[in-house]
Each structure stands twice: as C-alpha cells, then as structure tokens.
Design a protein around this ligand. Structure first.
Ligand code: AMP
Length: 629
C-alpha cells in the first residue's frame, strides 16, 4: 500500500499543502488565508479567513448541473409514505424553512434545537439553519424529557423545531408531550416552538409560543433566502454525546473544515459519485445522520435516502427493495441492524436486484466476524468497517479504496486515515507503544484534522480537561478506546476506557443512567454496567440497593419495583437508555476508599475473571451479583 502510505504521510508532514488541495473539493465565497492555525493548542482553526456555507455546498452549488436530479428521497415504512425532492425542490423547501425561522426571530449565531422524527422537514430545518448561520442542535427523538431539558439548557436555543410524533413498529410515538414536559423542566425557555403536524398525534398548542409549520410555510412559498457567507471557523452545529460524567457534552463543529472533511471522505473513503444514491440507515439524532445522511452525500452531489422505520418491517427485505428501487450505490448502517437481519431468512438478501450497490459501510460499534461474513457473503458485496466518534465527525480508522484499494481484515476497522496521527499509548506512563500488538489507549496527536470537534460548546476548559489531559505528561486527544495495532498497521478496538457503553450502536453514559435511577424514591445506591449482548453488542444492567428492603419482600414486589425504575429511566432519558434488567442487592462492590468497582461487576456479569480484588471492601458484594446471575 505505497500510495495510501504516501498519502497519509503527506497529510501529516505537509499538512497545510495536503488540506489546501482537499479544500478545492468545495466552493468558497472567499479564499482562506491560512490553512491551519494551531497557535493555541489544542484548539485548531481550519481555513482561517475563508468564507463558505455548508448549505450552499450541499444544495445550491448543484443547481447548475443537476437541479432536476434527486437530492432527498424520503421513505417511511411506518406510514407508507415516499417522497422525492430534486435539488431544485430541496432548495425551495430549505428556503421556505429558513424564511419561517427568520420570521420567528432566528438570527446568525442563534441556536435552533431540532427534536424530530425522520421526516424531510428535519433535513430542511438542519439545512435552513446552516444556510442562515444558525447553529443547529439535533436531539435524538428517542430521548425523553429529562435528556431534552438538559440539552435545551445547555444549547439555549432561540427556537425549537419539532413534530407531533414519530412512529416505531407501527406505533405512534408522540413527541409533543415530551417536549412540553422538557420545556417545563428547563430553565431556559425558547421564544418559539415550530411544529410540524404529521397528523399522527393531536397535540395542545401553547399560546404565543407554538407555531404551526404548514401555514407559515404557505406564507413563504416563494421565499428567497440567500446563503449567509460564514467564516470557516463559524460553528455549524452542536451535537450532545455521553462521557464519563452525567452531563452530556455539546460537541461543537465548524463550517469550512467540516465541509472539506466530508467532501474528502466522500471521495477517498466512500467513493460516492454525483448523481448516485447514498442510503445511510441511521438517524439524524446521531453523528452518522449529520455526516452521512445530510451533509456528506449532498455535498458530493448524491441523492440521500432518508428512512423512517425498522429494517424488518414490513419484512426483512425492505432495505434491499429500496436499494433496487432507488439504485442505491452505497449503504451505511450499524452492525446491530445486520444482526437483526441475520435472524431472518437469508433469501431476503438475494430477492432484489442489488446490482447498483457497490459497498456496505458499517460503523458505530465493534463488528464481529460472523456478522461481517454473513452479510458480505449474502449480498456478495464488500463490507467496510469504519471506526470514529461523534467528536471526530468522520472515520478515524477504515480503508480508503478511493486512494488505494486495500484488503480488509476481520475484526479490524482498518488503518489510520489521512489527517489522523494515531498512536497507541501506555495509559499509566504515557509512553508510545510502537511494537505491534501491544494494548494501549488510542490517541490522536493534535491538531485534530478538519471536521473534528472545535471544542465543547461554551466550555473550552472541559474540552481540554476531558480529552487532552488524560495521559500523564502528554497533551494528546484521547479516544477513550483501548486498541492494538498489528504489524500491517491495522488497528483492533478493544472497548472503552471510560464508563461509556454502546447499546446497538448508541452511545450511552452509565453515569447518566445511574443518575436517573437514583432519582427513584426507593433507590439508595446504584451501579450500571454494560454487559455483552449477542444482538445489541452491549446492554445496560443495573444493580440497586434499596432504601428499605422490607419494601420488596417477594418476587412480585421486586418485579414491580424493577418496572417502576425502568419507567423512571424511560420518562427521563428515553427507552434507549432503559437497562435490560434491574437487580437488587444489599451492598455494591466498592473499594475501601468507596469507589464503585464497575469493571469487576461487568466482568462477573460476563462470566469473566474480575481481576485484582485486593482493594475490595466487602467480597460478598460480588458474590451476591454472581448468585443473582
Ligand atoms: P459515537 O460517538 O456514538 O459514534 O461512539 C463512538 C464510540 O463507538 C467509539 O469511541 C467506539 O467505542 C465505538 N465505535 C464506533 N465505531 C466503531 C467500530 N467500527 N468498531 C469498534 N468500535 C466502534
């Protein structure tokens, strides 16, 4: 792999020359003066002095060559609706949405919180924000009032865009009551709530606050709202993600660096061509949805397929029927979805004409070999794993067949991508582990390449402390993942170093779940750990010490309390965070200094050796957990 090795090497040794070339992949209103300003590490400023606009690059710039080609294809297997928008139509809809937001008082730099199901208006809202320089903050629709309220308070949006409901497995999931409750809980009160009414769930309108989208859009049918030219370093969005502490972090992304990074990844990694169709079966509430449902494919001039529904409804062939119908070239999903499909008849994989499909990309969680083999053989298509994070916005590790075709290795997402100076460090000494197959923490030397997070929203110190000060004596970005690199430069990911767990590709903080469970009046103490699961990768398991054991005298009482605690989590954080089981113990395993031994609990749950227990306060605590399982 000499070509890729040279490409990667140049991206580090001639960083500015390399990224200046990549910057030619997008339109600039004003050229930049400096490629990278890294005078104040770890804060990197990319394409300083340049002006551009994400929405212009995703929509307007394609009007000349492909106005009447598909830009957005929306399919809901939940409601049976399908709708396509050409670039011309998308351009019109985005301007209508932008005009509505402006009428509601949204200005450049204001935040707009988007709490929506997978409907076209969600895409219009995101693009309308970046069009006028407002900063969107999309909150995953599966999060409930408590999670939503904390994000509203952190983002302090001028306006919230939402909808009456989503739908899951044929059941209407009302969003508005959750939003109303969140707005009751939050300290910050947005001026307006813009409501898309899908006619799925009737809702109450709060006078002077709630505005219906349809009539307002009608008023702005002919809206002409030009793109606002923004500094390359202007924030485009924030996206909240979980970490060690209970409080989610607002990952802040820039404008110019992100546009360049996505355009480059579409060329070198995904190999998407303008005029083709990209189908990313994720949700706009996650980073994959931002980068590879909305911005990446559109910047590349591709049509993007936005899908509301499950992979197995009406049957497990639904995705492949869409590949056939819309001639999808590239697909992106998470291993969990493939494991779900694997429980169904293999014949679905060959039922449709998949000749348009070139590659299936998988990311978000470890890809196990049986899953990878099954789907690659079943489809007869290459499967490419890629490893990255909300923080980075685009793949850190994968293979880049657009630069040079490389083999994949099962169990490995691949090697370090251009722009990323990845190292394996000893977490205790900070020493680099240069020999093959040594386990350490994966870190990235600064500056992070274009497209990665600029900072934690309104909290520069937290950005430094959280990510750059975890390894003794070194200022490097920690991925919080353990990993090894083999002799060929392929990395293998061995799990998180922190208390983050990964349930079906969804990143959750065990501390957040613990905080929610602790708010239940019967709970004295709780530990939440991630436990290996065949289908979802991991599930959350909770161990609770109750205030009064007499309150749970028998199995029936225990089951009822377990259900009540799950409901608490559902209503505060959302069903995504609900533990798979809540078990009751009289004492939790802790060190003598009072630290919870989460890793030991996890090991016992997974029937592994819990390791060194010399510091444990009460060994019977772990025995209780063993007995329960
Ligand atoms: P998120 O920020 O939600 O994208 O989660 C990022 C985390 O998911 C990473 O730090 C990893 O722990 C895990 N992850 C993402 N992609 C992969 C992958 N391809 N293989 C293994 N783990 C992954």
């Amino acid at each position: 792999m000499t070509r890729f090795a040279d490409f990667h090497q140049r991206s580090l040794s001639d960083r500015d020359g390399f990224w200046a070339e990549q910057a030619e992949l997008i339109d600039w209103h004003q050229p930049f003066e400096q490629v990278c300003d890294y005078d104040n590490p770890p804060f990197a400023k990319w394409f300083v002095g340049g002006q551009t606009n994400l929405c212009h690059n995703a929509v307007d710039r394609h009007l000349a060559a492909r106005a009447d080609q598909n830009a957005l294809i929306w399919v809901s297997s939940e409601t049976g609706q399908e709708q396509t928008y050409s670039f011309r139509q998308l351009h019109a809809e985005v301007q209508r949405m932008a005009a509505c937001l402006q009428e509601l008082g949204v200005k450049e730099g204001d935040r707009v919180l988007v709490y929506m199901p997978m409907i076209p208006e969600a895409a219009f809202a995101m693009l309308a924000c970046t069009r006028i320089g407002a900063i969107h903050s999309v909150v995953f629709g599966g999060f409930a009032s408590g999670s939503l309220a904390s994000r509203i308070d952190d983002a302090t949006p001028a306006v919230v865009v939402s909808a009456d409901a989503g739908s899951r497995s044929g059941k209407v999931v009302a969003y508005k009551p959750l939003l109303d409750e969140a707005l009751r809980l939050s300290v910050h009160k947005p001026r307006k709530v813009l409501m898309v009414d899908r006619g799925l769930a009737p809702f109450q309108r709060v006078a002077h606050r709630d505005v219906d989208y349809a009539p307002l859009r009608e008023k702005h049918l002919k809206a002409v709202v030009p793109c606002v030219w923004l500094d390359a370093t202007h924030p485009s969005y924030t996206l909240y993600t979980s970490g060690t502490t209970g409080k989610p972090k607002g990952v802040q992304r820039d404008t110019g660096g992100y546009a360049v990074a996505l355009a480059a990844s579409m060329k070198h990694i995904f190999q998407g061509q303008a005029g083709e169709t990209y189908f990313s079966a994720s949700d706009i509430g996650w980073v994959v949805g931002h980068s590879y449902i909305i911005y990446g494919p559109l910047i590349a001039g591709m049509a993007t397929l936005m899908y509301e529904g499950l992979p197995i409804r009406p049957d497990a062939g639904v995705w492949w029927s869409l590949v056939e119908k819309y001639k999808v070239s590239l697909m992106f999903t998470a291993p969990t979805a493939v494991r779900v499909l694997k429980k169904h008849d293999d014949a679905f994989l060959t039922k449709y004409d998949l000749s348009s499909l070139r590659t299936l990309f998988l990311a978000g969680e470890p890809l196990d070999e049986p899953t990878a083999q099954w789907i690659a053989q079943g489809l007869g298509k290459p499967v490419i794993d890629n490893y990255w994070q909300t923080e980075t916005g685009w793949p850190i590790l994968t293979i880049a067949n657009g630069v040079e075709k490389a083999p994949t290795k099962f169990g490995s997402p691949g090697f370090a991508m251009y722009g990323y100076d990845v190292k394996v460090l000893d977490d205790a000494t900070g020493q680099e582990l240069t020999e093959p197959n040594q386990k350490g923490v994966l870190v990235i030397e600064g500056p992070l390449p274009p497209g990665c997070m600029q900072t934690v929203w309104r909290d520069d110190q937290r950005f430094i402390d959280t990510y750059w000060k975890t390894i003794p004596g070194r200022m490097v970005y920690s991925t919080f993942d353990w990993g090894i690199r083999d002799a060929d430069g392929y990395y293998f990911i061995l799990g998180r170093t922190d208390d983050v767990i990964n349930v079906a590709g969804h990143r959750l903080g065990t501390r957040e779940i613990e905080e929610s469970i602790s708010s239940h009046p019967s709970v004295a103490e709780v530990a939440v750990v991630g436990v290996a699961d065949q289908l979802k990768g991991q599930v959350a398991m909770a161990f609770v010490v109750v205030k009064d054991v007499n309150a749970i005298p028998d199995d029936a009482a225990r089951l009822k309390l377990e259900g009540d605690i799950m409901k608490t989590v559902d209503s505060q954080l959302g069903a995504v965070a609900r533990p798979s089981r809540v078990r009751f113990v009289t004492v939790l395993p802790k060190t003598r200094s009072g630290k919870l031994l989460r890793r030991a609990i996890q090991a016992v749950c997974e029937q592994r050796d819990p390791g060194d227990l010399t510091t444990i306060e009460d060994p019977s605590a772990l025995q209780q957990i063993r007995d329960l399982l």
